[in-house]
Design a protein around this ligand. Structure first.
Ligand code: FE
Ligand code: CA
Length: 527
């Protein structure tokens, strides 16, 4: 076990025969630590970009899956200085910034280093150092200046990486593309342990994560994956979450298993803390009890504005929440009139106001609403032929969806695009002002990425719903993968990228389908 008081640290350094002095630029305490195991085992990440900087992340974890809550990942004691360098070149020759960050013991010895003052729209390279240990070199990108007119952007979006359901080859292939930005749209981890025999690899504890130490271990296990680690190292992330970062189908303070709200909020606080500890987020996102401000906006010059939405923390309780029906379930209009209540919201009043204002004011050519779940209506016939709707996605909040789509329709927002995940299948949808009237205007275009690994709903079930949902232009649930997007002022080209086999760690990649949206013409058109 490492003892991290300064005195012990100095003692350790003194005992280490052959200790070579690190360059004098590193802090005194940082330079003397001798690590018995790599403290950068969980890798590095960049995220939350701005036109003059980004957040650089790491977490000291010499024993990444240590289960002892009093020594997270093998760490104990006071805060630890961690030196960093930022360079203008991948070989780290032209250093533009160096300094010392802090690994905070109150947040699992994570580092959230907010960098400003860099040049817009260019890549930088960075690394961390502590004592005799040095991290890998990562690449981070600043956004273009707000008033600039960039001509192109390549970004990827991903969701639903269940470690037990396969290898993260999809992350590896996206890393190979070296996109400037990647959006994580939720289910980054899965809290539960799958008891089915066909799991590819096991969650380490073999139990459901439900406390700070078990959530931490879950993130640590995922971050040890070489493909995910590399994706974070090569690109800059924008983060939002879905349910499995806390618990399946939770809604605000309502748990699917009917825990007392106060009890569930305690669990949510610990889950949110572990999330913060592992993500390249600004300190303004630091959780305060069970609350954590995650939703955010990123402007890429006048080409595109991203609104990252939190679809879980503020939502109304799932409609017709009752014993046996805690999470998502299918309801008819007659069986659950509550679903149709005007007062229900998917994202809460404050976030709704923030989103609507942002969309109204945006001067960007493209406006991407990045969120967690399917937005298009999906009418599903039950056994007696009645139309039913899932209560966990936007169909559970139709008034909230209507307010959003009406606002998009009424405002001058240019080229609205919705992206999402959760449903473990690819979708390309026309978002209609009135989903029950095919001739009503298409106000936005929706693309949903399939899962990185997570098992899909049965294809036969989904394909049968399509005649009742003519706004769906494409659906495929049998493939795992991610989505690659190329934006220019005139077109959005969306490639549905698919891996050959999630149970093969060396899976290959191909493009399943390509869609082109032309500026000014909402709707998904196959290329
Ligand atoms: Fe999922
Ligand atoms: Ca989900």
């Amino acid at each position: 076990m490492f003892s991290l008081t300064r005195r012990d640290c100095l003692k350790t350094a003194g005992l280490a025969l052959g200790f070579a002095a690190a360059p004098a630029l590193f802090g005194r305490a940082a330079e003397r630590r001798v690590w018995r195991a790599d403290p950068f085992s969980l890798g590095i990440a960049s995220g939350s970009p701005s036109a003059n900087g980004f957040v650089l992340w790491t977490r000291l974890a010499p024993e990444p899956e240590s289960y002892d809550p009093s020594t997270p990942a093998g760490m104990s004691g006071e805060s630890v200085p961690v030196a960093y360098e930022i360079a203008g070149d991948p070989l780290m020759r032209n250093i533009v910034r160096r300094g010392t960050a802090t690994a905070d013991p109150h947040f699992g010895y994570s580092v959230h280093l907010e960098i400003a003052g860099l040049n817009p729209q260019r890549p930088y390279w960075y690394r961390f150092m502590s004592g005799d240990a040095q991290s890998a070199v990562g690449r981070a990108t600043t956004l273009p200046a707000p008033a600039s007119s960039p001509q192109s952007l390549r970004f990827g979006f991903v969701s639903c990486s269940n470690y037990e359901h396969g290898y993260f080859s999809a992350y590896r292939h996206l890393a190979d593309e070296e996109p400037e930005l990647v959006l994580f749209l939720g289910d980054y981890i899965y809290e539960y342990a799958d008891t089915r025999p066909d799991v590819v690899r096991k969650h380490s504890e073999g139990m459901e994560a439900d406390s700070l130490s078990t959530y931490r271990n879950r993130y640590a296990q995922y971050r040890l994956d070489p493909d995910l680690k590399r994706l974070h190292a090569v690109t800059t992330a924008m983060m939002t979450w879905d349910d499995h970062e806390v618990q399946n189908d939770y809604a605000n303070e309502a748990s699917q298993d009917f825990a007392e709200p106060a009890v569930f909020l305690h669990r949510r606080a610990e889950a949110y803390q572990a999330y913060y500890e592992h993500m390249p987020l600004r300190t303004s996102a630091r959780p305060n009890g069970s609350a954590m401000r995650l939703y955010d906006r990123f402007r890429y010059g006048d080409l595109v504005e991203f609104s990252l939405i939190d679809g879980r923390q503020y939502r109304s309780r799932e409609a017709c929440y009752r014993m046996g029906f805690g999470g998502g379930h299918f309801e008819t209009n007659a069986s659950c009139p509550e679903r149709l209540d005007d007062g229900r919201s998917m994202i809460g009043t404050a976030q709704e106001t923030w989103l609507f204002d942002g969309l109204s004011k945006s001067r960007a050519r493209w406006n991407v609403i990045a969120q967690d779940v399917l937005m298009a209506q999906l009418k599903v016939r039950n056994q007696t032929g009645e139309a039913t709707f899932d209560t966990d996605d936007w169909d559970g909040y139709p008034a909230s969806r209507q307010r959003l789509l009406q606002h998009v329709h009424d405002s001058t927002v240019s080229n609205p695009i919705v992206i999402g995940g959760d449903i473990h299948s690819y979708w390309a949808n026309d978002l209609k002002l009135d989903f029950d009237n095919p001739s009503s205007p298409t106000v936005a275009t929706e693309f949903v990425g399939t899962s990185i690994t997570s098992h899909p709903p049965p294809y036969e079930f989904l394909i049968k719903t399509l005649p009742d949902n003519p706004h769906v232009r494409f659906m495929e649930s049998r493939m795992r993968g991610y989505v690659s997007v190329e934006l220019s002022p005139g077109t959005m080209t969306t490639r549905l990228r698919t891996i050959s086999d999630a149970s093969d760690p060396n899976a290959s990649i191909s493009t399943l389908k390509t869609f082109v949206v032309e500026s000014g013409k909402p709707g998904a058109v196959a290329a």
